[in-house]
Design a protein around this ligand. Structure first.
Ligand code: F6P
Length: 467
């Protein structure tokens, strides 16, 4: 194709977050998009996160730190059926292998479809002839199809940030085939790992009857779609800088002072059942039971900002963790030591970076995760002369790349306990060797690499986007 240097990038996702500077707490994914959008003359479109009495499609434009955002408010019923409903009660648990938590309701499906149509109606007029459209995540699977119906012939890509489930699991979703078929409206579909990509290929070839050519292009009817594995990274350079900033140093000092010579084990996760927090607490308890001599030598700081609080399964995991952390602290604490510091709030990135740097162990043990950027941030924040050890779940997408972490089965409390012992005893030269290998990986495949890799596939040439 001919490249137009004036092509813009239109990113579309459920949630849009404007840059918050040094003061706001933001997820790794939000920062990744801002970094990518800053490179282009682009727009980031999505839901404002706010309710409205009646959907009007009125767009609120904002420009901040080089990023233009365009957001719309949604009606309470939309939020309930599309976001809390189909996205987070149906797709999220199912795609994270939790069919036991998945709820299948026609109202959710209808609401999801309605909101995707509303997004398509609203964003369509913003898309100019040469723009490239990049849709994000499971909230927006049918959006590309809806845009095509509205005459949008632009190059369109889709990226899934969560796992793609095995086909036998996916087949339990009512109308799975229809939903997956809408995905083929995109030109390029991206996943974080080979495992998710292979599961997707299995579904479209075995259940939809698509064929695949040697270069991996999927063909179904008149559609030809490229599906690729393209692991997201962090803005590694920026995070290294954050970890050595003045405010990170202050946090580092505060943590070290409060640790009083003990080793800090840190976990930072949205409060979500997929993150394996219950299993993590139980694994840590196993460690305390099996190694009483080490008890007062360490403590676990678990930061878990509440998330999706209107969904029952999230309310239940929160109650479970409240009870479990209370029970473990009650059982093992002493007058001058508490085994778990459990904190239900988010922190700005530079504060997190200081905490990571102060931690001897980063405990990242999701039961299933599309990628997990905390694992990468933990590595980036370490002191090269005296780095900590990353303990990483084998079931995080990040484990496909981060083989030099101590990899664990998060379902096994014993393996988790053994991994903590191994990490605490690990000699400095081994810590440095592992850290260096991990750091090389996240320096090479950072967020810029991710964006380039995907847009190259989408446009055939990265330089075609206006910078
Ligand atoms: O990584 C998956 C994801 O759903 C993102 O799309 C989202 O930004 C993040 O988790 C946080 O979820 P939520 O927007 O539901 O708070």
């Amino acid at each position: 194709m001919e490249f137009d240097p004036m092509s813009r990038l239109i990113v579309i996702s459920n949630r849009v977050s404007a840059p918050k500077g040094q003061s706001g707490a933001q997820g790794g994914l939000a920062v990744a998009f801002q970094a990518a959008l800053r490179e282009y003359r682009g727009i980031w479109f999505g839901w404002s996160g706010e309710p409205t009495d009646e959907f009007t499609g009125q767009i609120n434009f904002q420009r901040s730190e080089g990023v233009t955002t365009a957001t719309v408010d949604l009606e309470a019923q939309d939020i309930d059926e599309y976001y809390n409903g189909y996205a987070n009660r149906t797709l999220w648990p199912l795609f994270h292998y939790r069919i036991d938590l998945a709820e299948f309701e026609r109202g959710f499906e209808d609401g999801y479809q309605r909101v995707n149509e509303r997004f398509a109606d609203t964003v369509r007029p913003l898309i100019e002839q040469d723009d490239v459209v990049w849709v994000q995540d499971y909230h927006m699977i049918p959006l590309g199809h809806e845009l095509r119906k509205r005459g949008c012939n632009n190059r369109m890509g889709f990226f899934l940030h969560i796992p793609w489930p095995p086909r036998r699991l996916l087949s339990s979703l009512p109308h799975a085939a229809e939903l997956v078929t809408t995905l083929l409206a995109y030109d390029v579909i991206g996943f974080h790992t080979d495992e998710w990509l292979e599961a997707f290929r299995d579904y479209v070839t075995l259940d939809l009857g698509a064929t695949m050519s040697e270069d991996g292009t999927i063909h179904l009817g008149d559609r030809s779609v490229k599906a690729i594995a393209c692991p997201i990274g962090i803005d590694t350079k920026e995070f290294v800088e954050a970890a050595t900033s003045t405010s990170a140093r202050l946090t580092y000092r505060r943590m070290r002072d409060s640790a009083d010579g003990r080793d800090l084990i840190v976990g930072v996760d949205r409060l979500d059942y997929s993150k394996g927090l219950e299993e993590r607490f139980l694994g840590y308890e196993r460690f305390l039971v099996d190694h009483p001599e080490q008890r007062k030598e360490v403590f676990l700081l678990q930061i878990a900002p509440p998330s999706r609080g209107e969904v029952g399964s999230y309310q239940r995991i929160r109650a479970t963790l409240d009870a479990l952390s209370g029970r473990i602290n009650g059982a093992y604490a002493d007058i001058d030591w508490v085994p778990i510091r459990y904190v239900n709030q988010g922190f700005p990135r530079h504060v997190l970076a200081g905490i990571y740097r102060a931690a001897r162990i980063g405990l990242v043990t999701p039961l299933r995760d599309g990628m997990n950027l905390v694992a990468k941030e933990y590595v980036a924040a370490q002191d090269p002369e005296d780095p900590g050890v990353l303990i990483l779940s084998r079931f995080a997408g990040a484990a496909e790349q981060m083989k030099d972490a101590v990899l664990v089965n998060p379902y096994s409390a014993e393996e988790m306990s053994d991994a903590i012992v191994q990490a605490l005893a690990m000699p400095k030269d081994e810590r440095i060797r592992r850290w260096r290998a991990l750091m090389d990986g996240i320096e090479e495949k950072d967020v810029l690499w991710w964006r380039r890799r995907f847009t190259q596939e989408l446009m055939g040439d990265d330089d075609s986007l206006a910078v």
